[in-house]
Design a protein around this ligand. Structure first.
Ligand code: DSN
Length: 448
């Protein structure tokens, strides 16, 4: 990175800082991961400079000989990895991909069903402030208080509403998604069934989670989470989808361009291709299984330390800690306090959360990134210990209902993050462990 360093030291220093942050701390955000050096090389290639609106063999720009080869190859890799007859690898990310699917299949005002955002769904599954509930009629379903998808409610709402599409999947679901049950309901009411497997696609590819492919008509996944590729997304149509509607691929292609997107990001598509190749290796199977093993170990350790978990555990990469027994709305203290010691997590709502999305009562954590760095049982036990030690340290800090008092409590807490030596000591311990586990894209340090 000498060229960048010489030309633009300000940007260089920021990138160097980020490289350092990633190495000295740990990412427990379940939707983040670390890509390989090969993926990063593909991302920074000259493909970044090329326009290629259209599809292989049908472009609006000249000079796409290599773009065509690339996109066709990446489509083939996606189809082979997931066992589907069609894949579109152009979506910029998950939100645009879901918009592509919905606009391909639904007329304005028609209805969709998705898991309520606050119960672990996604903005684009029909959240009330998302365009997906302004263009279409959103009929959300929920989790039970035990943290299971309320399949009785799904069936009841589907029979009442006869939605055009049902979406299964989400962002904070610690248990396996019951694809077969969803399929039974969708088939009964004649709805398309879309699995948004963004969080678990890598586990599916690695055989650590059931595949939705035999049950659903469409699969959408982002490519940067457990799949360990660059930030992007793919839309796939299954054999079952083709049997329901043989025009599905054409509808998706057209909804993407000219419907919603312009030129594909070819460098990202190249990075996705590299990642898909890595995902088909036997070592990726080991990785996917280890992600789940680590999550289960961490979940057990947290439970042993007295934490309550939504659904009492996990089947996948994700754990949702329910902090309500210690006080409503305390997710913010955990999110910011753990960040201070180099442990990156998400404050998150829990099913039936009485607090607001700004001050939710849960903490979402996951093991994809730490597993990529080679952490295992010993480190999961340490992580649980650190989280418990931090929880003990802040046990008397509660979130007041009154807005002014709340403001002051948060201000005082933020000040303590700067002044209390407890945090320096904890951060040093975390850092000492983290630096032993390299971040793949920084071997050797790129900016170091
Ligand atoms: N932002 C993603 C997540 O964190 O789960 C979903 O889009």
């Amino acid at each position: 990175m000498k060229t960048l360093q010489n030309q633009d030291s300000e940007i260089f220093e920021i990138l160097k800082g980020e490289e350092d942050r990633q190495l000295k701390g740990m990412t427990l955000i379940p939707s983040e991961n670390h890509t390989s050096k090969a993926v990063l090389e593909a991302l920074t290639s000259v493909l970044s400079d090329k326009y290629a609106e259209g599809y292989p063999g049908r472009r609006y720009y000249a000079g796409n000989e290599y773009a065509d080869k690339l996109e066709t190859l990446v489509q083939e890799r996606a189809k082979a990895l997931f066992g589907v007859p069609y894949a579109n690898v152009q979506p910029y990310s998950g939100s645009p991909a879901n918009l592509v699917i919905l606009s391909a299949l639904l007329e304005p005002g028609e209805s969709l069903m998705g898991l309520n955002l606050l119960d672990g769904g996604h903005l684009t599954h029909g959240w009330k402030f998302s365009m997906t509930s302004k263009f279409w009629k959103s009929v959300p379903y929920h989790m039970t208080v035990d943290g299971a998808i309320d399949m009785e409610e799904v069936r009841r709402l589907a029979l009442e509403e006869k939605p055009k599409i049902i979406i299964c999947g989400g962002t904070a679901i610690p248990r396996a998604i019951p694809f077969a049950e969803f399929a039974e309901i969708a088939d009964e009411v004649g709805a398309y069934l879309l699995a948004d497997v963004s969080h678990i696609a890598g586990l599916i590819a690695g055989g650590a989670h059931e595949s939705p492919v035999p049950y659903v008509h469409l699969v959408m996944t982002t490519t940067h989470k457990t799949l360990r590729g660059p930030r992007g997304a793919m839309i796939m149509v299954t054999e079952k989808g083709l049997a329901k509607d043989e025009d599905l691929p054409t509808k998706i292609d057209k909804a993407l361009i000219p419907g919603l997107q312009g030129g594909p990001h070819l460098n990202t598509i190249a990075g996705i291709g590299v990642a898909l190749n890595e995902d088909s290796e036997p070592s990726f199977k080991e990785y996917a299984n280890k992600v789940v093993e680590n999550a289960k170990t961490l979940a057990e350790e947290l439970k042993n330390k007295g934490f309550k978990l939504v659904s009492d555990g996990t089947d996948n990469h994700l754990i949702l800690i329910d902090l309500i027994p210690t006080g409503v709305g305390r997710g913010v203290f955990f999110h910011e306090g753990l960040e201070r010691i180099g442990i990156y997590t998400n404050k998150n709502t829990v099913p039936g959360d009485p607090s607001s999305p700004f001050y939710p009562s849960g903490l979402r954590i996951g093991t994809p990134a730490v597993t990529t760095r080679g952490m295992g049982e010993v480190e999961m036990k340490l992580i649980a210990e650190w989280i418990a030690k931090f929880a003990e340290h802040i046990k008397d800090i509660k979130l007041p209902d009154d807005k002014d008092t709340r403001k002051q409590v948060i201000k005082d807490f933020r000040a303590s993050l700067k002044n209390d030596s407890f945090y320096d000591e904890m951060r040093a311990e975390v850092e000492e462990m983290c630096v032993k586990f390299a971040v793949p894209g920084s071997i050797p340090p790129v900016f170091g």
